[in-house]
Design a protein around this ligand. Structure first.
Ligand code: SF4
Length: 217
């Protein structure tokens, strides 16, 4: 068999797709980031009739090329929450406005095998949008985010995703030096609000696109 690892993960992703659907998420499987891009732009955006789109901070989303595509569309208003060149007031204002868009596109810190999304935010705009506000939410998920349980999701977030994100963002936190969460009290702490999304409500509001590649942190 060619590429046995891809076959292995395709089966795992198919199982996870069914688990997510049982939890009322709309779920899709994509072979790679280009396929995820097609699913979002050719299926989900037209079906939603989205006229405005906002973003959760996510290396996964940037890796799909969706940000550049939406930015070039003149028929869609983009609330550009990924632009780092704005003032701190504008930075926060855009995150507030992104809670009322038609479609919010983000990643997730972890997804459990039984189809629950686990996230930990610094500002809280991403988990707020995932929970309520935008009419529709798309969550792009690389296969490296799959974990067996909520406990292992929380371990993954605190000891892989958060330290790596603190490094990416040049934060002055102890995990940048040790690679492990030290439960810091740093003003730069990026770990402030947890969410566990057990099910999508209303049914289908949250759409999960599973990608058969490692993506994001
Ligand atoms: S709580 Fe502090 S030390 Fe722990 S992962 Fe978050 S930022 Fe790093």
């Amino acid at each position: 068999m060619d590429r046995p690892l891809d076959h292995y993960w395709a089966k795992r992703l198919a199982d996870l797709q069914r688990a997510l659907e049982a939890n009322n998420f709309e779920a899709y499987a994509a072979a790679d980031p280009a396929a995820a891009h097609r699913i979002v732009m050719d299926e989900i955006v037209p079906q939603c009739g989205a006229r405005s789109i906002g973003w959760g901070g996510s290396m996964t989303v940037v890796g799909t090329g969706l940000y550049q595509t939406v930015k070039a569309r003149t028929d869609i208003e983009m609330v550009d929450t990924l632009d780092k060149q704005v003032s701190s007031e504008e930075f926060l204002e855009r995150r507030r406005r992104s809670l009322l868009v038609d479609l919010f596109i983000t990643g997730t810190n972890a997804v459990t095998e039984d189809g629950q999304l686990v996230n930990l935010d610094m500002f809280g705009n991403r988990v707020a949008a995932l929970t309520f506000g935008p009419k529709h939410v798309v969550v792009i998920v690389g296969r490296n985010k799959i974990v067996p349980s909520i406990d292992e999701a929380m371990f993954r977030v605190k000891n892989i995703a958060a330290p790596a994100n603190a490094m990416r963002l040049d934060k002055k936190t102890p995990c940048v030096k040790t690679s492990y969460c030290e439960e810091c009290k740093s003003p730069d702490r990026i770990c402030n609000t947890w969410t566990i999304t057990e099910k999508s409500y209303p049914k289908g509001r949250v759409k999960v696109v599973l990608v058969n590649q490692d993506l994001g942190l």
